[in-house]
Design a protein around this ligand. Structure first.
Ligand code: BTN
Length: 272
């Protein structure tokens, strides 16, 4: 089996993180199909223990809406955090995760609902996607608490933008453009603790007013024209006007000021 090529602070991370989530393990894999797939399969096979699994290379990385997630060794941070989770309500979880990541990585980063990290454009340069979050859950054979499920938060962050390919849905950026000193282990060290802390807040309070305000401070879509597609919407345009207390995206669509509440993760939202 290939050994990891980079220097990962796995032991130091574990010492820092385990007190926040007792029983958490921190694992580094040189290569796997998808860190999220690995952890979901582990839980299905009867091991739902908390784990942060990093892969230097994924051969079948998965994104939202059934898309592929492309990344390559040294150019990206790909990891999943899995744990039994029982929040008072689940709405807004992906937004909360995005908030934790953006705040930990750089003040310039913005959030594109529901959970993309964006580097804002300037002049002729468009906004570019720098990272994404994939939230998946699965039932537990023996839930310890009411409503508890096995949560897998999959995170992909570009250090350097992958080369553009025909048919790409968006332009891409890398966080090293903002902070050239950052490598994948450094980025993990920066985001892991804030991520666990935010999940701990979410598990007691859900998407509360504080998280809503933190999202609003980085909302990349507010005030912009957007096109909505999917989940029976046809193809509709409107102006994004923030997220509500359930984490739903609010979009003014009609001349009479009708507002659509977009809850579904199946809806694709593009800027016009
Ligand atoms: C998206 O923006 O579409 C979400 C991308 C999530 C990618 C990460 S990389 C680590 C984890 N494993 C996967 O297969 N996907 C997530």
């Amino acid at each position: 089996m290939a050994l990891p090529a980079l220097r990962w602070p796995a032991e130091a991370l574990w010492l820092d993180l385990e007190p926040l989530r007792p029983g958490l393990s921190v694992e580094v894999s040189a290569e796997c199909d998808s860190t999220s797939t690995r952890l979901l399969e582990r839980a299905r096979a009867g091991d739902p223990s908390p784990c942060l699994l990093v892969a230097e290379r994924q051969t079948a990385g998965r994104g939202r809406l059934g898309r592929q997630w492309r990344s390559s060794l040294g150019d990206s941070l790909t990891f999943s955090l899995a744990l039994p989770f029982a929040p008072p309500r689940w709405e807004g979880l992906s937004l909360a995760v995005g908030v934790a990541l953006a705040e930990a990585l750089h003040p310039a980063l913005r959030l594109k609902w529901p959970n993309d990290l964006w580097l804002p454009g300037e002049g002729e340069v468009p906004d570019r996607k720098l990272g994404g979050v994939l939230i998946e859950t699965q039932g537990l054979a023996n839930p310890g608490r009411a409503g508890e499920r096995f949560l897998v938060v999959g995170i992909g962050i570009n250090l350097h933008a992958p080369a553009a390919e025909p048919g790409d849905a968006y332009a891409r950026a890398g966080v090293a453009e903002l902070d050239p000193s950052l490598d994948a282990p450094g980025a993990l060290a920066r985001v892991a603790r804030p991520l666990l802390e935010t999940l701990a807040v979410f598990e007691t309070q859900g998407f509360d007013a504080t998280l809503q305000a933190r999202f609003a401070a980085r909302d990349a879509l507010r005030g912009r024209r957007v096109r909505l597609q999917g989940a029976g919407l046809g193809d509709e345009e409107g102006t994004a006007c923030g997220v509500d207390s359930d984490g739903a995206l609010l979009v003014h669509t009609g001349p009479q000021g009708e507002t659509r509440r977009i809850m579904s993760g199946d809806v694709s939202v593009r800027t016009c």
